[in-house]
Design a protein around this ligand. Structure first.
Ligand code: 5GP
Length: 183
């Protein structure tokens, strides 16, 4: 399907493709400096982080390893509760590794808070977090996100990995879904 057709379901673009490209480049440069002479294992949280992982890793001019986790957050309706179940665990042991969790979006921050503590408890040398998007709610939870792409409003967004009923992940920008799609 033509991406313009999918794009018609979007009410408002929040982050453009150009902004995402520039930000990924900027974040990759920061990582190259911060992780110089250090190990780097990027852990992508499925499925939302696929685009960020693919773009960031290709922007990095250094060795990087990638692993993946899938988690599901128990909650009522659309709010996450912070109680997390691992659906797919890492393939390898991370003892002594320098881990960078790559997330699509931090909303309440509860999932991330649990994930960070979980990876730290496995004996990683360091665990930092990179999130492409952050909503204002996240400020309430005490979880340090060292690398942030964009601060966005609370609206439900899709694109660049983020879905609505598994669709819209392939949009190259981030946008607010038009109301007629879910009403
Ligand atoms: P948290 O535990 O921070 O509330 O939940 C974060 C997760 O909720 C994200 O990884 C993402 O899967 C989902 N999420 C939060 N906000 C949005 C949004 O605006 N759009 C989409 N598609 N998913 C969201």
């Amino acid at each position: 399907m033509d991406q313009k057709v999918i794009g018609n379901d979007i009410e408002k673009v929040v982050v453009t493709e150009e902004q995402l490209k520039a930000k990924v480049k900027e974040l990759a440069s920061r990582l190259e400096v911060d992780y110089r002479d250090r190990d780097l294992l990027m852990v992508g949280v499925l499925k939302g982080a696929i685009m960020a992982m693919a773009d960031l890793s290709r922007a990095l001019q250094r060795h990087v390893e990638m692993d993946w986790m899938a988690v599901s957050s128990y909650g009522s309706g659309t709010k996450s509760s912070g109680v997390v179940r691992i659906l797919k665990d890492l393939d390898r042991d991370i003892t002594g590794r320098e881990v960078l969790i790559v997330e699509d979006i931090v909303d309440s921050g509860l999932t991330l808070s649990w994930l960070k503590a979980n990876l730290e408890s496995r004996g990683a040398k360091s665990v930092e977090v990179l999130a492409i998007l952050r909503k204002p709610e996240a400020a309430k939870v005490d979880v340090k996100v060292k690398y942030i792409g964009f601060e966005i409003p609370t609206d439900f967004v899709v694109g660049y990995g983020l879905d609505f009923n598994e669709k819209y992940r392939n949009l190259p920008f981030v946008g607010v879904l038009a109301k007629h799609i879910y009403s």
